[in-house]
Design a protein around this ligand. Structure first.
Ligand SMILES: [Zn+2]
Length: 362
């Protein structure tokens, strides 16, 4: 378990427990995609066949041809893109969550060399694949399947223009909230960015480094002598600054792709409720990292009160959301009526204020 319960003993200093729990809750938004029945349409695709392709179905059933090749052969490119995007998303996502889980778990225990080393693959390489799929899945599938040469989709290829990939993803990312493409790039790829992943994960992965941005000091070795209390303090504050931000961003990208592949899902309310939770996560993160003050965020909460008005189905009382409501919702998915104590979020109708709010802050 990543989440630290009240009163539970943990090595993590108390000031980072909230941030750890924030990450645990956002991490769960990914694992639910892999385990909950709601997402099972990701594992299958219905293909409508015309007369011509129906004749060819015998060939598919014979098992002599791979389903993807069969789709390509029959010029069912749109269907092929959907089938393969679903398959890639679920497969890469499974790997992504495994790495993120172990990294968060190691950080929680203060094993920073491993925690940092494990971040590289999900947050630099795999996230870059998600960003490309979000922007243009046809183009990604063309390079991945139709052309097929791995150099054309290798996220670690030094020739690949990562800045443009992130920039492109931002043109379709919605909502963008506090994310900026410059910061997302710097935190992942900028060797000179002290707050980011690049330098520190290189130090974690290599015992000695010569790159001028993170060169090992003479008569030193990377990480292994960094056992002082001061060093740990720095690691905790560094890790819990940029990891939640990139994690919330990654889940926003992944959810957008996933829900595009699940037509009609918005009507079920899962997508907006998850997005609203991430908005609260960002608010809390800005406070925990002192990027915003509580006072400023309270002003923002006050401002959006007018949009977020929830009428209770039980007593008809109109509830305006206050800070404790945000915090309770983030932890429990509940918004309780201040008059009768009933949970307000019981139907698609009841989450409409959240949908309106999300439209406002695109
Ligand atoms: Zn009520």
């Amino acid at each position: 378990m990543l989440y630290i319960e009240k009163g539970e003993k943990a090595k993590l200093p108390s000031q980072y427990r909230q941030t750890n729990n924030l990450c645990a809750i956002i991490y769960d938004q990914l694992t639910e995609i892999l385990v909950q029945e709601y997402y099972e349409e990701l594992e299958k695709t219905t293909v409508l066949l015309d007369d011509k392709s129906i004749n060819l179905i015998k060939e598919l059933e014979s098992g002599n041809v791979h389903a993807l090749d069969w789709l390509a052969k029959n010029k069912l490119d749109k269907e092929l893109t959907v089938v393969l995007t679903k398959h890639i998303m679920l497969s890469v996502l499974s790997d992504f969550v495994d790495f993120i889980y172990e990294s968060l778990n190691c950080a929680k225990k203060g094993k920073f060399s491993v925690a940092y080393a494990l971040l590289r693959k999900p947050l630099t390489d795999e996230l870059l694949i998600f960003e490309q799929i979000l922007y243009d899945k046809e183009d990604f599938i063309r390079r991945f399947y139709h052309e097929g040469s791995s150099i054309n989709y290798d996220p670690s290829n030094p020739k690949i223009d990562k800045k443009t990939i992130i920039k492109n993803a931002f043109t379709v990312l919605s909502p963008k909230w506090f994310f900026t493409e410059e910061l997302i790039y710097q935190l992942r790829y900028d060797k000179s960015c002290d707050s980011g992943i690049n330098g520190i994960s290189n130090l974690a992965l290599h015992i000695v480094t010569q790159d001028r941005n993170y060169k090992t000091n003479d008569q030193d070795l990377n990480f292994v002598f960094s056992r002082s209390e001061e060093n740990y303090k720095n690691f905790f504050s560094h890790y819990y600054y940029f990891v939640p931000y990139l994690l919330i961003y990654a889940v926003t990208i992944i959810d957008q792709i996933i829900f595009d592949l699940l037509p009609g899902s918005e009507l079920e309310g899962v997508k907006p409720v998850k997005a609203f939770k991430r908005f609260i996560a960002l608010l809390l993160w800005t406070e925990q990292t002192k990027t915003h003050t509580k006072k400023n965020n309270n002003k923002l909460i006050e401002k959006i009160k007018e949009i977020l008005q929830f009428e209770c189905h039980n007593c008809n009382h109109v509830n305006l959301l206050k800070r404790p409501d945000y915090e309770l919702f983030f932890e429990t998915d509940l918004i309780l009526c201040e008059k009768c104590g009933e949970n307000i979020l019981i139907s698609f109708e009841s989450i409409k204020p959240i949908i309106d709010f999300l439209k406002h802050i695109k």
